[in-house]
Design a protein around this ligand. Structure first.
Ligand code: FE
Length: 268
C-alpha cells in the first residue's frame, strides 16, 4: 500500500496555502505536460472544463479559487482534506457537493507516478468535469447512496466509481477518449488507455463493473467505455444497491492482474 510520505499543508487564516517554489514548479511542469496530452486523448468535455475553470499555469491553484469557479457551474466546491481520509468522510463530502482534495503535491522523484492522490490528481483529474451536469450530479447522488450503504457494500460499490470517475473511457465521434481522473492525471496512462492494444476496452455495463476486481497500484488492464455522460447519471435511477446484489449473486470475475495477497481496492 501507499507509503504515506506526504503530509497535508495547512492553510493560513485566509484559507490560503503557501507552497514552496518547487511545489509550484511541479504543478507548472505537470500542467503544461497534461494540457498537451489531453487535447489528443481526452474527451472534448474535459478539455472544455479545463478552460472553464481557468487553472493557474505556473503555481498550484488555491482551493478557495477552484471553489469559486466550480460553484458557478453545478454548485460544487473543493474541500481541503488530509492526504488520506476514511471512506465515510469521503462520501459525506460528495453528498454535500464538496470534492475532497489533498493539499500536497508530489515530489519531483514521483513526477510520473504517485500512488497517493495529490492536488494535481484532484484538481486537474476531477475538477474539469465537475463543470458538466450529468457527471457532477452522478457524483452527488453516488455520494449519498454510498454514505447510506453498509461499509461492506461501500467497498464493492466503489467499483462503479473506479471504472467511471477514475478510469473511465467514453466513445466519441473521433473514437474512444479518456475522461477518468486517474487516467488524465497520469502521463503514461493518458496515452496507454486510448491507443495501446494491451488493455481490454469493454462497453460499460454497471453489473459487470461491480463484478470486476481492480488494483490501485498498476496501469489498468481493463477499461469500461460509456457512450455518453448521461450513462453515468442514469446509473442512479437503476438503483446501485440492487445492481450490487445482482453482481454479488453472479460473483466476481477472475482478476486480470497477478494477485499477491489481498488486492488493494480503495478510495479515490
Ligand atoms: Fe481520484
Amino acid at each position: 500500500m501507499a507509503r504515506h510520505i506526504y503530509k497535508s499543508i495547512e492553510p493560513d487564516s485566509q484559507g490560503l496555502i503557501h507552497y514552496p517554489p518547487e511545489g509550484n514548479q511541479t504543478w507548472a511542469t505537470l500542467y503544461a505536460r497534461q494540457c498537451r496530452l489531453v487535447e489528443q486523448y481526452a474527451c472534448q468535455e474535459f478539455v472544455d472544463g479545463i478552460k472553464q475553470i481557468g487553472f493557474s499555469v505556473d503555481r498550484i491553484p488555491q482551493h478557495v479559487d477552484i471553489t469559486r469557479r466550480l460553484e458557478t457551474f453545478n454548485g460544487w466546491g473543493v474541500r481541503q482534506v488530509p492526504a488520506l481520509i476514511p471512506a465515510s468522510d469521503f462520501f459525506t463530502l460528495l453528498s454535500k457537493k464538496c470534492f475532497p482534495a489533498a493539499s500536497f503535491i508530489r515530489i519531483p522523484e514521483e513526477l510520473d507516478y504517485i500512488m497517493e492522490p495529490d492536488i494535481f490528481h484532484e484538481f486537474f483529474g476531477h475538477c474539469p468535469l465537475l463543470t458538466l451536469k450529468p457527471y457532477a450530479d452522478f457524483m452527488f447522488e453516488f455520494g449519498k447512496i454510498a454514505l447510506a450503504a453498509k461499509p461492506k457494500d461501500r467497498v464493492q460499490l466503489f467499483r462503479l466509481f473506479w471504472f467511471t470517475v477514475e478510469f473511465g473511457l467514453i466513445q466519441t465521434k473521433d473514437g474512444v477518449r479518456a475522461y477518468g481522473g486517474g487516467i488524465l492525471s497520469s502521463k503514461e496512462e493518458t496515452v496507454y488507455s486510448v491507443i495501446s492494444d494491451i488493455p481490454k476496452r469493454i462497453p460499460f455495463d454497471p453489473i459487470a463493473a461491480l463484478r470486476t476486481p481492480f488494483r490501485i497500484d498498476i496501469i489498468q488492464p481493463l477499461y469500461y467505455v460509456i457512450n455518453s455522460f448521461d450513462d453515468l447519471f442514469n446509473l442512479i435511477s437503476r438503483d446501485p444497491l440492487k445492481m450490487l446484489a445482482e453482481a454479488r449473486e453472479l460473483g466476481d470475475f477472475a482478476p486480470l492482474f497477478e494477485v499477491k495477497g489481498k488486492a488493494p481496492e480503495g478510495c479515490c
